[in-house]
Design a protein around this ligand. Structure first.
Ligand SMILES: Cc1cc2nc3c(=O)[nH]c(=O)nc-3n(C[C@H](O)[C@H](O)[C@H](O)COP(=O)(O)OP(=O)(O)OC[C@H]3O[C@@H](n4cnc5c(N)ncnc54)[C@H](O)[C@@H]3O)c2cc1C
Length: 410
């Protein structure tokens, strides 16, 4: 937006305050210091509700997006022609900082939809499809999921087997996708398919598929935390019009890269992972409560965690400052997801070593069995959005310029 017509940051902050005050209760002032035994002991890497409760959550999230959209706050940095406000990232940061003081439904179930699929459709769809879907994803009318992984194609994404075959002015999709987060409450999906037998990376094409179309079957998958945030999806001769293709035929790999780059930003950010997991006070209090404050091994683990949480925070701040100044964050942005995964692992190891058998049976003691959810959730975070090993390869090769991994002959 033209700087002369944009609101000042102060005016914008007042606008946000008016919007929030009129609709949402203020968050109760939390105690400055975490105090052992007080309040809820619920902790989680992934927020998981049962599917009935989840429907209520999703309805509230959609209503929240609609209210934001109708009041000019639904896409603060987005282009005006797609319904955005076209303001600098600093305005978004102002809003994000203010919203933390209010009890709002938030965007957590839309991490994939808004953080990954909307930018990909914006970048690669034909104008009619872009104009139809991108505003609808931002205002909560539609939710999208990512249909990349298959039983035989995860890290090795170029090995996807789901096929799309030309049929008149459209395509027929057949195959299976798996580990699809949130598909059961999504309306559309971004699906990577093989469209020719040609060389890997060159035979793939990306589409937007309607998940309510004939021939789509979504089955829940329960993970070891007990929740069922994942699904496996079967496509049996599903019709997709050609204008729902993202990018050129055979250019699906390039489109997938847009999504994956956005994925690492979306899930490696400060906001991911609920319930104050990154608050070191929790772990200091736990160590004291169990009488381990003088134990050298526990102290060493706690100090290592403290240092790494501080380093991660500073790195995020550096990337945020660059973004706010209109610069492109460099290695800081690539590090986010891996660093967060490693810190979750440190947390899981520390908590596991303190709580031991208390993680196995719930005897009602505050702040003990509740951590089972985190210990069982951390491995999933280390896999989704690129495994630790794959992210290390990417950092080594693309950021540090180290020699490429030897290719395994196929
Ligand atoms: C919480 C979560 C959410 C997810 N959500 C989605 C979703 O919404 N949509 C979707 O499409 N997928 C989703 N996935 C799937 C995810 O993208 C894949 O699980 C991931 O890409 C790994 O693939 P894989 O499970 O087939 O494991 P594999 O690729 O078979 O990996 C097995 C092991 O081999 C290692 N490995 C593989 N290749 C290399 C290499 N080149 N160098 C070194 N080590 C290697 C891996 O690090 C891993 O330890 C999700 C997964 C999780 C856990």
């Amino acid at each position: 937006m033209d700087a002369s017509t944009a609101p000042t940051v102060e005016e914008f902050a007042q606008e946000c305050r008016d919007f929030l005050e009129a609709r949402y209760p203020r968050r109760r002032q939390e105690r400055k210091r975490f105090s052992w035994g007080e309040g809820s002991d619920r902790v989680a890497v992934f927020e998981e509700a049962d599917r009935e409760a989840e429907q209520v959550v999703i309805a509230n999230v959609r209503a929240w997006r609609r209210a934001l959209w109708d009041n000019g706050l639904g896409w603060i940095t987005g282009p005006v022609e797609l319904g955005g406000r076209d303001l600098r990232k600093g305005y978004q940061q102002t809003f994000d900082a203010m919203v933390r003081d209010y009890e709002v439904p938030g965007n957590a179930p839309l991490t994939v939809s808004l953080g990954m699929i909307a930018p990909t459709i914006q970048a690669h769809a034909v104008p009619e499809v872009r104009d139809r879907y991108v505003p609808a994803l931002h205002n909560g009318d539609l939710i999208a999921c990512q249909l990349f992984s298959e039983p035989g194609a995860g890290s090795d994404l170029a090995g996807v087997g789901a096929s799309a075959t030309r049929d008149g002015d459209g395509w027929r999709l057949t195959g299976q996708k798996v580990w699809t987060s949130g598909a059961h409450y999504s309306d559309i999906g971004e699906i990577l398919c093989r469209t020719s037998p040609g060389p890997r990376h060159k035979n793939l094409t990306m589409f937007v598929v309607d998940l309510r179309a004939k021939g789509v079957e979504i089955r829940p998958l329960r993970q070891m935390t007990g929740g069922a945030a994942f699904n496996e999806i079967f496509f049996d001769d599903v019709w997709v019009p050609d204008d729902h293709r993202l990018g050129e035929v055979g250019e699906g790999w390039r489109v997938a890269m847009t999504t994956l780059l956005n994925e690492r930003n979306a899930i490696g950010g400060e906001g991911f992972g609920g319930s104050g997991l990154l608050d070191i006070e929790r772990y200091k209090a736990m160590v004291r409560h169990f009488g381990l404050a003088s134990d050298p091994v526990t102290r060493q683990r706690l100090a290592t965690l403290y240092m790494n949480l501080r380093i991660a925070k500073m790195t995020r701040q550096r990337a945020g400052a660059k973004l706010a100044a209109g610069q492109v964050p460099g290695p800081e942005a690539s590090l986010g997801k891996l660093v967060l995964a490693q810190n979750y692992l440190r947390i899981s190891d520390l908590v596991g070593s303190i709580l031991g058998p208390r993680l196995l049976a719930d005897d009602g003691e505050w702040g003990t069995y509740a951590w089972t959810n985190v210990v069982l959730g951390v491995p999933g975070y280390r896999i989704g959005g690129g495994t630790d090993e794959v992210l290390r390869n990417i950092l080594g090769e693309r950021v540090l310029g180290l020699p490429r991994e030897p290719e395994v002959p196929r």
